[in-house]
Write a protein that binds this ligand. Structure first.
Ligand SMILES: Cc1cc2nc3c(=O)[nH]c(=O)nc-3n(C[C@H](O)[C@H](O)[C@H](O)COP(=O)(O)OP(=O)(O)OC[C@H]3O[C@@H](n4cnc5c(N)ncnc54)[C@H](O)[C@@H]3O)c2cc1C
Length: 202
């Protein structure tokens, strides 16, 4: 049983995983089992080229960010389990947890974060009832969002990134994933607001 399972290894999902990982030594997070299904084939980062993102060297490709993101997570926060080469097909809401069905296995988690982008979600059963036309994309593009209140769809079920209703910019999607991570950390910290900052030590 995971305490939190993130679905999607793009901008929002990886950012959420990194922030959750960075809280690994905090008392309220140290005993938590966290995983991410790092499916990246369908990420909008695959074809992106970045010149307009603060802190990212101009000319960086989205594909290289996908690759380096997974390495960053493995190196710095190895306690976050990365589940590769699996695609989610169903999310079943049970009384106290969720069951996540992939093409090869089933997982169970108390908290689920959906970060699969704003296009092909219709292939995930169990989420259909939350799908609405995207509020911040041109209608002709047929984008969707999962109706939510500040990223929360319902208790313990979060959505992050473009699928949460945000416009498609790398920083916005990443920020949305980071926001969800701090919401989850705040929940684990008995509602006391929390953030994770590293600093230079002399
Ligand atoms: C060509 C292009 C150029 C761009 N250029 C810029 C730019 O210059 N500046 C900028 O700021 N933004 C740019 N963007 C936008 C940026 O890439 C997106 O805003 C960002 O990737 C959205 O992040 P996300 O996490 O919402 O979705 P994504 O990054 O698309 O991530 C979704 C993830 O979910 C996974 N997934 C999907 N279905 C499933 C499933 N069933 N099970 C498990 N996992 C699943 C996907 O494989 C993917 O890894 C560009 C996008 C494109 C397409």
């Amino acid at each position: 049983m995971y305490d939190a399972l993130i679905i999607g290894g793009g901008a929002a999902g990886m950012s959420c995983a990194l922030v959750l990982g960075s809280a690994g030594k905090r008392p309220y997070a140290s005993d938590k089992k966290i995983g991410i299904i790092t499916h990246q084939k369908a990420s909008h980062l695959q074809n992106a080229l970045f010149n307009n993102v603060l802190g990212v060297i101009p000319g960086t490709t989205g594909a290289s960010i996908l690759e380096s993101g997974k390495k960053q997570l493995t190196t710095l926060y190895p306690h976050i389990e990365q589940i590769e080469r699996e695609k989610v097909s169903d999310i079943i809401h049970l009384a106290e947890h969720f069951t996540i069905v992939t093409n090869s296995r089933r997982y169970h988690s108390k908290i689920v974060v959906i970060a699969v982008g704003y296009t092909n979600l219709l292939t995930i059963k169990g989420l259909a009832k939350y799908i609405k036309p995207h509020p911040r994309a041109v209608a002709q593009e047929d984008r969707i969002w999962l109706k939510n209140d500040h990223h929360l769809i319902e208790k313990n079920l979060y959505v992050a990134g473009t699928l949460a209703g945000w416009r498609s910019q790398f920083s916005i999607a990443s920020g949305s994933g980071a926001q969800v991570a701090t919401d989850i950390l705040t929940l684990w910290n008995d509602g006391k607001h929390t953030k994770v900052h590293d600093k230079i030590t002399e």
